[in-house]
Design a protein around this ligand. Structure first.
Ligand code: C2E
Ligand code: MG
Ligand code: MG
Ligand code: MG
Length: 292
């Protein structure tokens, strides 16, 4: 029997699995120091009004540079932080950092844009509304300055709770966006129930606007029609080509975001963007560029 379980144990630790388990453990331990040692920072990616190139807001994206491991991708460390619960203090850090960035930009006198930040499904389970209210209140930031992005998958995990959290936050003046829309399993009835400000079409669908893919276009068109019928704004994520941008405009997509229009950038660079949009230099610059 001992021999049998020994063999099972051995089989469990196949080399590949062992390596990924070790990596997981290492990342988890490294995350422990990340907040204290100020290894986190935020990048900001702009969102633009579809046709006019008017800046409508920026999305805060977490960045982590570990002293030895280097630049770590959120797609690797966020899932680990979610499983360990570390996403709770990390999420609080992100919200505080966003608030202090807003104050900094306000004091610099740049255009007050709305800042969006991502919420993990685990954050939805704690006393989220209270912790948001207290952090934002302490920072002296108006709720109207913030938008929370909740993925469709996260919102659908516990529809009743999500609906409550979304309604409570919106009643307080915060905006809500449903992120990565189209990749989860929402029923249309639930989407109506969430009635939030924005729907962000996942970049998978945006990418299908290229290859004269008729079904891709039909899906995007249907999502936009549905969102508009529900009085929601639509943002297309991951716009990388002029062709995609033209298609989205033809389909009356309200806002666009993606590498074509602006990559996530550090706060100081983003401030330059906000300053430029202040005196509409940026708009003029774009008007003289490719006509879109
Ligand atoms: P997301 O919220 O859907 O963010 C969009 C991701 O797509 C970002 O990756 C962004 O850099 C990338 N992206 C933007 N435009 C383009 C494009 O044109 N082409 C391509 N290929 N990619 C584009 P990033 O920063 O690596 O973040 C990945 C995910 O990690 C985010 O997806 C979000 O779910 C999560 N995340 C990032 N920051 C936070 C955070 O502060 N808290 C939580 N809970 N999750 C976060
Ligand atoms: Mg997002
Ligand atoms: Mg997204
Ligand atoms: Mg995503």
């Amino acid at each position: 029997e001992a021999k049998q379980s020994g063999r099972n144990t051995y089989r469990f630790f196949e080399p590949a699995m062992h390596a990924s388990a070790m990596r997981h453990l290492m990342v988890r331990q490294a995350l422990q120091q990340a907040i204290e040692q100020e290894q986190f920072s935020l990048h900001f990616q702009p969102k633009y009004r579809g046709g006019s190139h008017q800046l409508t807001g920026v999305e805060a994206l977490l960045r982590w540079t570990h002293p030895e491991l280097g630049e770590m991708s959120p797609s690797e460390f966020i899932p680990i932080a979610e499983r360990s619960g570390q996403i709770i203090p990390i999420g609080d850090w992100v919200l505080r950092a966003v608030c202090s960035q807003i104050r900094h930009w306000d004091m610099a006198g740049v255009k007050p844009v709305k800042v969006a930040l991502n919420l993990s499904p685990l954050q939805m389970r704690t006393d989220l509304v209270n912790s948001i209210t207290s952090i934002v209140g302490e920072a002296g930031i108006a709720p109207q300055r913030l938008m929370f992005e909740i993925t469709e998958t996260a919102a659908m995990k516990d529809v009743e709770r999500s609906t409550r959290v979304i309604n409570d936050l919106q009643a307080l003046g915060f905006d809500i966006a449903i992120d990565d829309f189209g990749t989860g399993y929402s029923s249309l009835a639930y989407l109506a129930q969430f009635h939030c400000r924005q729907i962000k079409i996942d970049r998978f669908f945006t990418s299908r606007l290229d290859a004269s893919d008729h079904s891709g276009r039909a899906i995007v068109s249907a999502i936009i029609a549905l969102a508009h019928a529900l009085q929601m704004e639509v943002v297309a994520e991951g716009v990388e080509t002029e062709e995609q941008l033209r298609e989205l405009q033809a389909l009356h997509c309200d806002q666009v975001q993606g590498f074509l229009l602006g990559r996530p950038a550090e706060a100081s660079k983003t401030q330059g963007l906000l300053e430029a949009s202040n005196d509409d230099l940026f708009g003029a610059m774009l008007r003289n560029g490719p006509a879109i």
